[in-house]
Design a protein around this ligand. Structure first.
Ligand SMILES: Nc1ncnc2c1ncn2[C@@H]1O[C@H](COP(=O)(O)OP(=O)(O)OP(=O)(O)O)[C@@H](O)[C@H]1O
Ligand SMILES: [Mg+2]
Length: 465
């Protein structure tokens, strides 16, 4: 039995698809994914959502859904996962003792729980499937056919060491960046070999779109609208996939914030958000294995601090100097919240003194406490003249021309690569971290590099000759 038949079968998934009329678009997608015949209406939706003409005759092993919020992505992922887990046989591809895993990865624990609830309902409310359950834990179902359905968050450490019959990635544009600068690519690279031993293993990635970068955008660029491409890319507004969402809700969102709502509900990639600097440029500026440079007598060092009250954000500091045209980063520090600001200021002051620094420039945040606090340690703290965006703008040409030497500190590279350039109404640009990401370390490093770069060369040069 194929999945479309199963959605109509009263003893299987029929109760999730009561009003058949609202599910045409999802039926078209599922039909295309599994290479099933499409009705005329479904074929029309297929052409509209793929910008392709030829109706596929065979199943896809890789598909991407670029769909609006509330469109039904997470539910359909759960449905595909449960179908693949219960209607297919993998035993012939497994070694003794090996299990086939259907892995669903969500952007965070809350979204993982949403999907897990969908999976649980599909498995436990259908009696024939319920009988297949061997064991249920907090995040997985072991089935009697040696298949495990597992729902997790998108950490790439967590994806290793399994044999995958399918991998389903939800909200891939919003995966957090703790492990790698490009978590989507890094995790997909880790998933693909795990699927190599199961013929017909399926990779399905879904997300509402965000900026014009990352794996989702890449797949869209390469495969959307390409007849004959082996990868299915499906792009559809919320109401195309789920007409039960009221138009009024979408109109109001568009009214409030057009760029954001056209991404969220109309499934258009944002054109007002671009990446700030490429990974290649950042990597070229990193001296491999150099995490810190000890102070050298005769060099004039500078420092920049991004203070934090210790409750949620990190407090960071960077030290650097200039050598001719080269802007060199010598040390970075990050103290993650929660912490006592006084003790971090004390620790940072000790480091400043080791480099012979008596003055630190700081992010303009935070009123007078950083200045008072550093003063107690004999350090003068002055707020930066430039706002953060301007600091990044000034750093970029120096980075691009290879004049900057960073340190081999992964969090710094990650934060720089994840910075975004946004164009606001009226053409004003701002550079900041992506939603859910951080830039405290990048801010401190950029701050010190730009400040040593803008300083007259004379201090250092006079000392050198
Ligand atoms: N075509 C449809 N007809 C009727 N109900 C639908 C349809 N598509 C989705 N739904 C229902 O909409 C609800 C939201 O689905 P789901 O959580 O999968 O959306 P989502 O795209 O993942 O949303 P979000 O962007 O918020 O994560 C579910 O109850 C689902 O059953
Ligand atoms: Mg969802």
């Amino acid at each position: 039995m194929n999945l479309l038949e199963a959605t109509k079968h009263p003893d299987l998934f029929r109760s999730w698809f009561k009003d058949e009329a609202t599910w045409t678009a999802w039926r078209a997608f599922l039909g295309a994914l599994f290479g099933l015949p499409l009705s005329d209406a479904e074929a029309d939706v297929y052409r509209a959502c793929t910008a392709r003409q030829t109706i596929p005759a065979a199943p896809y092993s890789e598909a991407w859904l670029v769909c609006g919020r509330r469109g039904g992505k997470s539910f359909v992922m759960a449905l595909v996962a449960v179908y693949l887990a219960t209607f297919r046989e993998y035993r012939q591809h497994l070694a003794p003792g090996e299990r086939a895993t259907i892995l669903i990865l969500a952007a965070d624990r809350r979204q993982a729980r949403v999907i897990f609830r969908y999976v649980r309902a599909l498995l436990t409310e259908v009696p024939v499937l319920q009988k297949m359950i061997e064991r249920e834990t907090a995040d997985e179902f072991d089935l009697k056919n040696r298949v495990t359905v597992e729902v997790g968050t998108s950490s790439y450490r967590a994806v290793r060491g399994r044999t995958l019959a399918a991998a389903l990635a939800d909200e891939i544009s919003f995966w957090p960046t703790d492990d790698a600068a490009e978590p989507d690519y890094a995790i997909l690279d880790a998933l693909r070999p795990a699927m190599a031993t199961i013929p017909g293993a399926v990779l399905l990635c879904a997300s509402s779109p965000y900026a014009r970068r990352g794996a989702l955008y890449d797949a869209h660029k390469r495969h959307y609208g390409k007849d004959g491409s082996s990868v299915l890319v499906w792009q559809a507004a919320t109401r195309t996939m789920n007409p039960t969402i009221p138009q009024k809700l979408i109109d109001e969102a568009l009214e409030r914030d057009l760029p954001s709502a056209s991404a969220e509900y109309l499934a258009q990639f944002r054109s007002d958000v671009e990446s700030f600097v490429s990974r290649e440029v950042v990597e070229a500026a990193i001296p491999m294995g150099v995490v810190e440079k000890a102070p050298i007598t005769g060099i004039t060092y500078s420092a920049f601090c991004d203070p934090s009250g210790g409750a949620s954000d990190s407090m960071t500091m960077a030290i650097g100097h200039r050598e001719g045209e080269r802007l060199i980063l010598d040390a970075v520090r990050e103290r993650k919240a929660p912490f006592s600001p006084e003790s971090v200021v004390s620790e940072f002051s000790d480091l400043l003194k080791r480099y012979g620094i008596r003055k630190v420039v700081g992010d303009r945040y935070g009123g007078s406490w950083p200045s008072e606090s550093f003063q107690r340690h004999g350090i003068t703290y002055t707020p930066a003249e430039k706002p953060k965006s301007q600091i990044y703008v000034d750093l970029l040409p120096r980075l691009n021309s290879g004049e900057v030497e960073l340190l081999d500190v992964p969090v710094l590279a990650t934060q720089l690569v994840m910075l975004e350039r946004r164009t606001a109404r009226g053409g004003r640009e701002s550079i900041d971290h992506a939603p859910g990401a951080h830039d405290d370390v990048a801010n401190a490093a950029a701050g010190v590099l730009v400040s040593v770069g803008s300083r007259q060369k004379s201090t250092y040069n006079l000392a050198a000759f």
